[in-house]
Design a protein around this ligand. Structure first.
Ligand SMILES: [Zn+2]
Length: 328
């Protein structure tokens, strides 16, 4: 993806992200660890959207938490206006935690929340569409890496494959984050692309909401880049290339992968930590879709450490040990 194409994408996105971006600037001076949904987020959601989210929240979590869980939702964007769906995901995840009792979520866009003393209060961190470089401080980056490596959870949504890159231009600024997450970048077609989705692992606990069947969806689906590899992660969902027209509308960057492998969601380990990534999350409606909220709720319980699920790489033979190990 070249810079001019990225700029076009940014401009297109700017149209519907403007309200959120304007609100975000006023939230810059928020306290390090705000206990409640920032005012900026509340304003970004219409009453109608909040109602849609409320009605879509699953009535119960897949498993009972082993202990009270805390989830950090981090959504700082730098050099990019921010996806409009950020507010919807924050609200949906917070309410899912409250309604099911599975966890308590808190939103922050202050990098100081990654200081070890702060981070240790949480079981997992969600990078909610974090585009650009949220912080360069080496100590904070080390703290995040050690948190995940030491057994914490990391959940990345959509644009997070561009976190810790300099935007615009997506210049790599912390390669280890891509290793942690499992991929970088994200060339894509238009944000309403119609895709047939295949379950790569139909019996995987995180895929339970789909009942063993693939499904159709419309969103902006990233075609991720290195270090993505089925040797290091377990793919849950991918584009069914037999059924999907891969040449719909415009493309932003090169959307063709030589291996024809278009993973959309996966799990992996990083040291002792659990990692989940899903590219579905560009459009706000993803977060008032009961099916996707069920999927994300299972993923949250996986990264929190409550829902046991295999992270054996897709390329590994059946029966491979699935526990997080020192390998990543
Ligand atoms: Zn997007």
């Amino acid at each position: 993806m070249n810079i001019s194409r990225r700029l076009k994408h940014a401009v297109i996105t700017l149209g519907f992200c403007f309200v959120f971006a304007a609100a975000e600037s006023s939230a810059a001076a928020a306290p390090p660890n705000p206990p409640t949904l920032p005012v900026a987020d509340a304003k970004a959601l219409s009453a109608e959207d909040r109602m849609r989210i409320e009605q879509a929240i699953p009535p119960a979590a897949p498993v009972t938490p082993k202990k009270p869980r805390r989830l950090l939702l981090f959504d700082l964007n730098v050099g990019y206006p921010g996806h409009r769906s950020i507010a919807h995901a924050n609200y949906a995840f917070m309410r899912m935690g409250e309604k099911t009792g599975a966890f308590r979520a808190e939103v922050s866009r202050d990098p100081s929340v990654f200081q070890p003393e702060s981070l240790k209060q949480f079981d997992a961190v969600v990078f909610n569409n974090v585009v650009g470089n949220p912080f360069s401080d080496a100590a904070l980056r080390k703290s995040l890496e050690e948190f995940v490596r030491g057994g914490g959870g990391l959940l990345g949504i959509h644009g997070t494959t561009f976190a810790f890159t300099i935007w615009p231009g997506a210049k790599e600024d912390w390669p280890e984050f891509g290793v942690m997450l499992g991929a970088r970048g994200g060339s894509h077609r238009q944000s309403d692309e119609h895709v047939y989705i295949k379950l790569d692992d139909p019996a995987h606990p995180l895929n339970a909401p789909f009942g063993g069947k693939g499904f159709e969806y419309r969103d902006e689906f990233f075609r991720v880049h290195e270090p993505y590899s089925r040797e290091t992660l377990r793919v849950l969902l991918s584009i069914d290339t037999e059924k999907t027209d891969l040449n719909q509308g415009r493309q932003f960057g090169n959307t063709v992968r030589a291996d024809n492998d278009y993973a959309l969601a996966w799990v992996k380990t990083y040291g002792q930590g659990r990692v989940f990534y899903c590219t579905i999350g560009h459009n706000p409606y993803v977060f008032w879709d009961p099916l996707m909220l069920k999927f994300y709720l299972g993923a949250i319980q996986f990264v929190l450490g409550d829902l046991e699920a295999s992270t054996a790489p897709s390329s590994a033979p059946p029966g491979t040990d699935t526990k997080p190990t020192a390998r990543r």
